[in-house]
Design a protein around this ligand. Structure first.
Ligand code: PLP
Ligand code: LYS
Length: 414
């Protein structure tokens, strides 16, 4: 059952009316369901049964402290890509010993901080990074546990901007170089080889590309074992897709059981880094209709949310469902839902059938991942509030920004 359902012609999140939240914090606002977040993380975690594993939520998908805290309380691991994300995990009560540090351009000071708090491992993306990490760890008197992120060169069959496992992408170490780089890593005094990882792309809707990638990783693992280099875990990355419209991605249980089957009787811990699959359908963006505007060729519904609040439609032509919070009886008409920002690309949806009047509220669905985190102050708009519904209560987990918040970081010239 979805956490967002109509009751008596009014949209609810868990047992809270979305209208009640909008009245309390204004629109636009992001609304998340605690239950949905918990259920999705647990779906991954439980799918592994007794097999050693760690589900590291990809913080980039939604990094609100309350979201991280809810997952930390369940015992989640975290996949981070910056010191900022690490500080968020720590502030939210996450366990640094369950953190994997990904990213193609880690700074020395970021490495140092991660060593100081004791992350589970660094997912190293290049030979140059390996040498730098060895140096930084040596200076700090530490040994860095590492996994090598290999680029398995498989086609994830997703949007080119979010495909990451092809030879032409900037990510990871060429699979054909992997064994040589592991050999080098095994010789470095301040490095401990722990795993192998990959991340081939995001919003994948079949298991096939994951299985292809896993095959390639396992081949390398077996080759390394034959050379006496033993690793203890394999990390398949994130990327499992969600249903935005009519996609039918595999459930976490189906995906995990396919992975376990591939692994066979190898004694390896499995890590994964799902972001979208945990958070996307646990959130909506609520917006209010400002006015209706028709031209000879188009009907526009102008709403108070814009591309600065949710950039996925503009950036990837992503389709996210847009539904009324309190549906009206009557025939809808085709319209584009657009925001107040001065860009033609500022739209949330195109050619949607909607029956709305000014003052009505709409919910943009599947907005819990890559929503608020990708928002900006473009057009000097304040970033919106975030709210977490929890049973029959809700908590404001980030207040709406004020202009003073924005101006506080700037100064005039003398
Ligand atoms: C290394 C890494 N891990 C995990 C993720 C999370 O991806 P997703 O939100 O598609 O699960 C990403 C982003 O695509 C990533 O780059
Ligand atoms: N930001 C993307 C996903 C990118 C994944 C990051 N590695 C989206 O909104 O779909």
């Amino acid at each position: 059952m979805s956490a967002f359902e109509y009751q008596n012609n009014e949209l609810f999140v868990e047992q809270v009316a979305v209208n009640r939240i909008a009245e309390a914090v204004g629109t636009p606002c992001y609304v998340y369901s605690r239950t949905a977040l918990e259920q999705q993380w647990q779906a991954f975690d439980q799918a592994f049964g007794d097999h050693p594993h760690l589900v590291c939520y990809a913080v980039k998908a939604n990094s609100n402290l309350a979201v991280l805290n809810v997952l930390a309380k369940l015992g989640a691991g975290f996949d981070i890509v910056s010191q900022g994300e690490l500080e968020r995990v720590l502030r939210a009560g996450g366990d640094p010993a369950k953190v994997v540090f990904s990213g193609v351009g880690k700074l020395r000071e970021e490495m140092l901080r991660a060593l100081e708090v004791g992350v589970y491992c660094f997912n190293v993306e290049s030979e140059a990074e390996l040498e730098i990490l060895n140096e930084v760890a040596g200076q700090a008197g530490k040994v860095a546990a590492i996994s090598l992120r290999v680029n398995p060169d498989v086609d994830a069959q997703t949007h080119p901007y979010i495909s990451t496992g092809l030879k032409e992408n900037k990510f990871g170490i060429d699979i054909d170089r992997a064994v040589a780089v592991f050999e080098r890593a095994a010789q470095l005094p301040n490095i401990k080889v722990s795993g192998i990882d990959c991340h081939i792309g995001s919003q994948l809707t079949t298991v096939t590309p994951f299985m292809d990638a896993m095959d390639r990783l396992l081949e390398r693992i077996d080759q390394l074992a034959a050379q006496g280099i033993h690793i203890d875990h394999v990390d398949i990355g994130g990327g499992l897709g969600v249903r935005y419209r009519d996609e039918q991605p595999p459930a976490p249980s189906e995906y995990v059981s396919a992975l376990l089957k591939k692994l066979g009787d190898r004694k390896l811990k499995i890590l994964m880094e799902p972001g979208r699959a945990i958070a996307a359908n646990a959130g909506i963006l609520v917006t209010e209709v400002l006015l209706l505007k028709s031209t000879e060729v188009k009907n526009f519904v102008v709403v108070d949310a814009a591309m600065n609040d949710l950039i996925r439609p503009s950036l990837y032509s992503a389709w996210q469902d847009i539904i009324p919070v309190t549906p009206r009886a009557g025939q809808g008409s085709a319209c584009d839902i657009v925001g107040p920002v001065c860009e033609t690309g500022d739209f949330l949806g195109k050619d949607r059938e909607l029956c709305v009047e000014p003052g009505d509220r709409l919910a943009v669905c599947s907005a819990g991942a890559y929503g608020f985190v990708m928002s900006s102050n473009y057009n000097t708009r304040n970033r919106v509030a975030e709210v977490m519904a929890d049973g029959n209560q809700f908590h404001i987990i980030r207040r709406r920004e004020t202009y003073d918040d924005q101006f506080a970081l700037e100064s005039l010239v003398p």
